[in-house]
Design a protein around this ligand. Structure first.
Ligand SMILES: CCC[C@@H](CC(=O)O)C(=O)C(=O)O
Ligand SMILES: [Zn+2]
Length: 327
């Protein structure tokens, strides 16, 4: 049994030499770890299953993106930094947040210069709010960052995008976090090549068919796509992987994922590649896949909100339609 450590912050276990939070999920399987040019990689990605690409040097030009290098080269712009009173950084839609009564944003987004972010990170006291820099990379960054970015393995990335018939690359998010930071379990509606640059993160993933155990907020809620709670822990079947410098994890669209910077990692830097989904296949076959069922549920919530003219009427109508009838 891996060593378990408990302190006022929680209970931790050792996972492959990394200190991570202990969760009582019963079943966490491993994800295949393959060389990026392994012939099986393409079929796994085509099957929309997660795979860890090791020694991929897809992002090796950015392995030097530590705080000092980024401070010198990221540029003089302001960056989106989230601050949280806890270790969790749950995403929320700021526009919706303004219209959702009694919604209390779980984090606060602050624009700050990279210098300020560095000094906050370096002088963080236990009583301070945690910070997590999450900034889309754009052409405002310094020329050395542009150079490193252009040296990513774009030929492999665009080849995979074409083979999988994905849509356009929508963004690359630069993520710089503290040990112990958590992005709570959620799903995205984009395909994701998640590149780890410095430090280590533990990723727990759940298949889209685990929707019934993860209770996402309503579609119109600011925290749409984020899980509200884990009541059926025992039924959850998940996958777990540690990503380290140079690793690229394929997180398929609609797959739930929880991401934490390991406790003994040091500052973590990641860059992701979000691609739009491909077009809906002309031939729909039945039974629908779990992903297609999530898309159907989202469309029903969306249409009901429009038909009822009020997102707060969707819940009562769905309950009226289902409770006691579809037992
Ligand atoms: C805001 C995006 C956070 C990221 C997870 C993490 O590195 O904390 C993620 O969920 C993704 O790349 O999809
Ligand atoms: Zn995500």
């Amino acid at each position: 049994m891996a060593s378990v450590v408990s302190d006022k912050r929680g209970t931790y276990v050792d996972l492959e030499g990394h200190t991570v939070r202990k969760y009582d999920f019963l079943q966490l399987s491993k994800i295949p770890r393959l060389e990026f040019d392994d012939p099986n990689v393409e079929s796994i990605i085509a099957n929309e299953e997660p795979v860890l690409l090791v020694n991929s040097n897809i992002i090796s030009s950015a392995l030097k993106w530590d705080l000092d290098y980024l401070k010198k080269n990221l540029g003089a712009g302001s960056f989106s930094v989230y601050s949280s009173k806890t270790c969790k950084f749950m995403y929320y839609d700021e526009k919706r947040a303004k219209q959702w009564p009694y919604f209390i944003p779980p984090t606060q987004r602050i624009h700050m210069k990279f210098e300020e972010f560095c000094s906050r990170v370096r002088n963080l006291k236990a009583s301070d709010s945690r910070v997590y820099l999450q900034q889309m990379l754009d052409d405002s960054v310094g020329k050395n960052i542009v150079k490193d970015f252009l040296e990513f393995k774009w030929q492999w990335l665009t080849e995979m995008q074409r083979k999988m018939n994905w849509g356009s690359l929508t963004s690359n998010l630069l993520l710089i976090g503290l040990p112990g930071n958590i992005t709570p379990v959620h799903y995205d509606e984009q395909q994701n090549f998640f590149g780890q640059l410095t430090g280590f993160k533990r990723v727990i993933l759940f298949h889209p068919d685990q929707f019934k155990c993860l209770y996402p907020f309503p579609l119109y809620h600011p925290c749409d796509r984020q899980s509200q709670r884990f009541p059926k822990l025992k039924e959850l079947k998940g996958y777990e992987v540690i990503v380290g410098p140079g690793d690229v994890l394929y997180i398929p669209m609609y797959w739930w994922h929880h991401v934490e910077s390991t406790m003994n990692s040091g500052i973590t830097t990641s860059v992701n590649f979000w691609f739009k989904a491909g077009p809906t296949p002309s031939q729909i076959t039945h039974p629908l896949t779990a992903q297609q069922k999530v898309a159907v549920m989202r469309n029903i919530e969306r249409m009901l909100g429009e038909a009822l003219g009020d997102p707060h009427e969707v819940g009562p109508l769905l309950n009226c339609m289902v409770n006691g009838r579809y037992t």
